[in-house]
Design a protein around this ligand. Structure first.
Ligand SMILES: Nc1ncnc2c1ncn2[C@@H]1O[C@H](COP(=O)(O)OP(=O)(O)OP(=O)(O)O)[C@@H](O)[C@H]1O
Ligand SMILES: [Mg+2]
Length: 255
């Protein structure tokens, strides 16, 4: 059975904004899938539908054969902006991933289970921040903050990790570092991961499989070898590209 199955999902905002148009695909357990597509293609909408935060207008999302009808504790999300509590340490921020199990009241009283504390340290180790556990999040670099955001997501002990442009605010080196840690965490835990990325070249380095969407429809679904420059051009620039030099558009998309 697929870990995640999305079938005939259409999302219309308001009366006429078609954000997703009959999207169907399945993701196997442990797959690392990257969602690509131009601005406004529907990537964030797709991730929010998978997350249970946005109900589809039509169609269904299933996880492990069960329909997703709302937010689930076993689905974790990493965002472009980390939303950390800057005054708290990396460790405390990571621990908040256990809130689904602990509840706010107990967390205010800092009554976390020993297991949650171990899980926070484990997660910080996975993202290479064990030595920085006590550092205030506000004093960390953008890349470190994103890694704390990933650690927090791991503490949730998810069966599905979603990430919406997790490295868009970072320079290419920091972006690669963060993606490397995310990939490693997913591999270590056999964690099914679906991430949207703007940088095609970085996506190519880390994705096992790529789903390209344009105007709410899936235009591409395949592995790194099938994701040719022509395909990338078509995805980002539409059919009119191809009249120029081959790969020209793709270079821009990767810039
Ligand atoms: N909450 C909303 N209400 C109304 N329209 C929305 C809402 N969210 C997204 N849209 C519209 O749905 C379409 C898809 O948007 P979405 O944010 O999913 O695209 P995206 O691929 O994530 O774009 P970007 O790369 O810029 O983040 C766009 O036309 C957008 O304007
Ligand atoms: Mg988006």
């Amino acid at each position: 059975m697929a870990a995640v199955s999305i079938r005939n999902v259409t999302k219309i905002y308001g009366s006429d904004t078609l954000a997703l148009d009959d999207v169907s695909f399945e993701v196997e357990e442990g797959e690392f899938v990257v969602i690509l597509g131009p601005s406004g293609a529907g990537k964030s909408t797709l991730l929010r539908v998978l997350n249970g935060l946005t109900p589809p207008t039509e169609g269904v999302v299933e996880m492990g054969g069960e329909p997703v009808t709302g937010k689930r504790d076993d689905v974790a999300m990493v965002f472009q902006l980390h939303y950390l509590v800057e005054s708290m340490s990396a460790y405390r921020n990571a621990l908040t991933g256990a809130l689904g199990r602990t509840g706010w009241i107990r967390s205010l009283l800092t009554w976390y289970e020993d297991e949650d504390k171990r899980s926070a340290l484990d997660a910080l180790e996975t993202v290479g921040l064990l030595d920085e556990a006590e550092q205030r999040a506000g004093s960390m670099s953008g890349g470190q903050k994103q890694r704390v955001g990933i650690a927090r997501a791991l503490v949730q002990n998810p069966t599905l990790l979603l990430a919406d442009e997790p490295v868009s605010s970072l320079d290419p080196k920091a972006a690669r570092d963060v993606m490397g840690y995310m990939k490693q965490a997913a591999e270590e835990r056999n964690l099914t991961t679906i991430a949207s990325l703007h940088q095609v070249n970085i996506a190519r380095e880390f994705g096992d499989r790529f789903i390209g969407i344009r105007d709410g429809s899936v235009m591409f679904d395949g592995g790194p070898d099938e994701l040719t420059m022509e395909m990338v051009d078509e995805l980002y620039y539409g059919e009119q590209v191809g009249k120029g030099a081959p790969g020209e558009g793709a270079e821009e998309a990767q810039a």
